[in-house]
Design a protein around this ligand. Structure first.
Ligand code: SF4
Length: 338
């Protein structure tokens, strides 16, 4: 099941031959809405609806979309933090949706998550030594001196001093807390990181530092990222490829340069139009999004984007467009491309 393909050219080292690390196929996550005296399922919220993508070893896929589009839920289902409704998630060719108990626990060493909120994700009663070292204890590394050495090593890697070991989260800034969270995520040496809006809760002044740290860690430890964000400037900086989600589905996916230079889907045009353009003389799409993402409880028929789309036709109101490859590695789900 492992597919070989050429990976992205890195700043250092040139092109690399890479393997698919993560293959997500037809993934669905439906939340039942219950009601009535018998508490029966009355409706389904289709938070993730038939999502397919892959990430090569060492690659970063930016998963973008407005709040409520299902991107964070998709990330959590991939890591088994939420149960899937159906579909397949192959990690190094192994079906992780089928794993249970001790097998799942062992497999989890290979894939970890960086959370959005560096304030809520750290236990305020634990010291930095306990927070960062806790996964080592959980995975059976018993020697206190070995644990401490590994904690000091990873703190150093993320730019934190060993003198912080006995301090508590409240003694740190938001950026430092996110560094502690990243150290905890990396201590088990995972290969896949799902980073869920890792900088959106931080001051703009420290966002770039944390993004640069994530890129440095990727190069140093050979990491692969599923990078979930709504900020396209951040995604452009860190990603090799981009996938756009709208109401539970992927509507466009492609290499970063193709996506930012030649976006296809009208929703992608609208997202890009909302990013500040530093060059005032550069022509750009002026289409901006109006209204909110429709409720996934009652999604529009046909193309879910049609109530907000300036190019919608009768056909769009009736048929769901399939994701089709238009150029090499660049796919879109829109009836404009036949
Ligand atoms: Fe717009 Fe129709 Fe394309 Fe949907 S399928 S994005 S409504 S043009």
């Amino acid at each position: 099941m492992l597919a070989l393909r050429w990976g992205q050219e890195r700043e250092k080292g040139g092109p690399i031959l890479s393997q698919t690390l993560l293959q997500v196929q037809n993934l669905k996550k439906y939340f039942p809405v219950r009601g009535g005296i018998l508490n029966r399922t009355r409706n389904l919220i289709k938070a993730v609806d038939d999502v397919t993508f892959s990430i090569a070893e060492g690659e970063t896929l930016g998963l973008v979309g407005e709040s409520g589009c299902g991107k964070s839920t998709a990330g959590r289902v991939v890591l088994r933090l939420l149960p899937a409704t159906s579909g397949s998630v192959l990690f190094r060719g192994r079906e992780i949706l089928a794993l249970e108990g001790e097998e799942l626990r062992r497999a989890r060493q290979g894939f970890q998550m960086i959370f959005q909120d560096p304030y809520a994700s750290l236990d305020p009663r634990m010291t930095v030594r306990e927070i960062v070292g806790e996964p080592l204890r959980a995975y059976g590394i018993r020697g206190a001196s070995e644990r401490e050495a590994r904690v000091v090593e990873i703190l150093d890697a993320v730019g934190l001093d060993a003198s912080y070991l006995r301090r508590y989260p409240f003694e740190f800034s938001g950026g430092q807390r996110q560094r502690i969270g990243i150290a905890r995520t990396l201590i088990l040496r995972p290969s896949l990181i799902v980073a869920d809006e890792p900088v959106s809760a931080l001051d703009v002044s420290v966002q770039a530092q944390v993004i640069n740290l994530l890129m440095e860690m990727r190069a140093r430890f050979g990491l692969t990222y599923l990078f979930i964000a709504h900020d396209l400037s951040v995604v452009r900086h860190i990603s090799d490829r981009v996938a756009v989600m709208y109401l539970g589905r992927i509507v466009e996916t492609g290499r970063k340069d193709d996506f930012f230079e030649r976006p296809l889907h009208p929703y992608a045009h609208a997202l890009l139009a909302s990013v500040p353009e530093p060059d005032p003389f550069r022509a750009r799409t002026r289409f901006t999004l109006s209204g909110d993402v429709p409720s996934p409880l009652d999604p529009p028929r046909g193309c879910a984007f049609h109530p907000r789309c300036p190019k919608s036709t009768k056909d769009c109101e009736e048929r769901i467009p399939a994701l089709k490859e238009i150029d090499e590695g660049h796919s879109v789900a829109c009836h404009l491309y036949v």
